[in-house]
Design a protein around this ligand. Structure first.
Ligand SMILES: Cc1cc2nc3c(=O)[nH]c(=O)nc-3n(C[C@H](O)[C@H](O)[C@H](O)COP(=O)(O)OP(=O)(O)OC[C@H]3O[C@@H](n4cnc5c(N)ncnc54)[C@H](O)[C@@H]3O)c2cc1C
Length: 401
């Protein structure tokens, strides 16, 4: 029977980033991606931070720089002006393919159009073009994203019940300013937010994301009002691509390993729940998971769970100390109405960029944010930090007064 040291289910950023160091260590690695091509269809908006991406070794050609970020609610607007390219939007397909090239150059085999299912510990079924085959592996990696298929099949965790669901159009919009991203909050995207991220040239990604089951609305139905709200900036726009995707939006699973199984990336709750930013985080998670896997594979046979214990610790640490607070804020803002958002946007607009930025990055416990918030006095610090402390749903307007 076909056999590998490691089979990675999922050719997203987590699976591809994990494959390179494993193959580089001389292991026989197979990455299976159920879609016919790596990086297509696009399932993410690709917003990120150049400094972090460079630290991960990604080249500048993969992103379009962004210097300003505006927040717009029904009656308020504020702009965080970085005065330079502090944010960016990734060329998602090119980035995934760059990671795939690194994995292939290190010796990993990448098989597209192949769906992985767990048969039992150390045994998988691969379905490709209507045909199934059985393969053996000493370690399987669940990098299947929100699907978390192998984690669910092996009962490592039960999957995700609360998820962010996004719908996005990539447009050619010549009138859209290419150095400013826009986030729209409030009734346009109840229990979520809408966005417009410039992508370079005349390209812009315009989308809306909602948290289900907080709302039963479908983001696709809410898209047209978002375009209308941006009508002046989208004058003459033409549709280029449609994107959609799902991201976990609940407390992260505690368990990340089973016999012969590691769970990495969105499937392991490695995206930051505040704004649903995951790309750089899942790459970090994958690169921390790889040495644990390499060490565990140092002895023969299927890897027992106890040899993966280091990943239980490192995988949780990857989420960062702020993520519990980010999750509380996620639940808090999901309950905000238009008036709440007007006030929140005003508060954000009063913050200097060096305080607003760590909030947007989900670095709630960063020293500059905490020190800066406290320097502004207790009542304004409380306004900034309240969602992270209180969590849950806003109970009424008085709560935010
Ligand atoms: C609408 C939306 C917007 C987002 N915007 C941003 C953003 O602006 N910035 C940011 O940083 N993050 C963003 N994210 C989050 C980010 O996309 C994810 O955190 C990141 O892609 C997770 O990477 P991953 O490799 O863990 O999972 P995924 O990217 O989901 O990759 C999993 C892969 O596994 C494949 N797969 C699933 N099941 C199987 C199977 N059984 N067999 C084989 N293959 C399988 C899938 O086809 C997929 O290619 C967004 C997410 C969504 C949904």
């Amino acid at each position: 029977m076909e056999a590998y040291d490691v089979v990675i289910a999922g050719g997203g950023p987590a699976g591809l980033a994990m494959a390179a160091p494993l193959a580089g260590a001389g292991l026989a690695v197979l990455v299976c991606e159920r879609n016919a091509e790596i990086g297509l269809p696009v399932r993410t908006s690709g917003g990120s931070w150049p400094e972090d991406l460079r630290a991960l070794g990604l080249p500048d050609r993969l992103w379009h720089p962004i210097s300003r970020l505006s927040f717009e609610s029904q009656h308020s607007r504020c702009t965080i002006d970085w005065g330079g390219p502090v944010g960016c939007s990734l060329d998602v397909t090119a980035t995934w393919r760059h990671l795939a090239d690194l994995a292939a150059a290190a010796g990993a085999t990448i098989e597209n159009g192949t769906l992985v299912r767990l048969e039992r510990t150390g045994a998988l079924t691969l379905r490709h073009g209507g045909e199934s085959r059985h393969v053996r592996c000493r370690l399987a990696v669940d990098a299947t994203g929100t699907n978390a298929l192998l984690a669910r099949q092996s009962r490592v965790h039960e999957g995700f019940r609360r998820v962010g669901v996004g719908y996005e159009q990539e447009l050619s919009a010549p009138a859209f300013g290419q150095d400013e991203a826009v986030i729209l909050v409030g009734g346009l995207a109840p229990s979520g937010y809408a966005w417009a991220f410039p992508r370079g040239g005349t390209r812009v990604r315009v989308g809306v994301g909602l948290i289900q089951p907080d709302t039963n609305l479908n983001p696709r139905e809410l898209y047209a009002p978002v375009e209308r709200a941006l009508a002046d900036r989208l004058a003459g726009a033409e549709l280029l691509e449609l994107h959609s995707g799902r991201i976990p939006s609940q407390e992260a699973p505690q368990r990340l390993t089973g016999d012969g199984l590691m769970v990495v990336g969105d499937s392991g709750g490695h995206s930051n729940p505040l704004l649903g930013e995951g790309i750089r985080h899942v790459i970090v998670a994958a690169r921390r998971a790889a040495p644990v896997a390499i060490a565990a594979l140092g002895t023969p046979g299927v890897v027992p769970r106890e040899r993966l214990r280091a990943w239980e610790r490192a995988g949780r640490r990857t989420r960062g100390r702020s993520w519990g607070l980010a999750m509380r804020a996620n639940r808090y803002v999901a309950g905000m109405d238009d008036a709440d958002w007007d006030r929140a946007v005003e508060t954000l607009g009063r913050l200097p960029a060096e305080l607003a930025t760590p909030i947007l990055r989900g670095d709630i416990l960063s020293a500059p944010l905490l020190a800066g918030a406290l320097r502004r006095g207790p009542s304004s610090a409380w306004r900034v930090l309240r969602p992270f402390v209180m969590g849950g749903r806003v109970v009424g307007p008085a709560d935010l007064a």
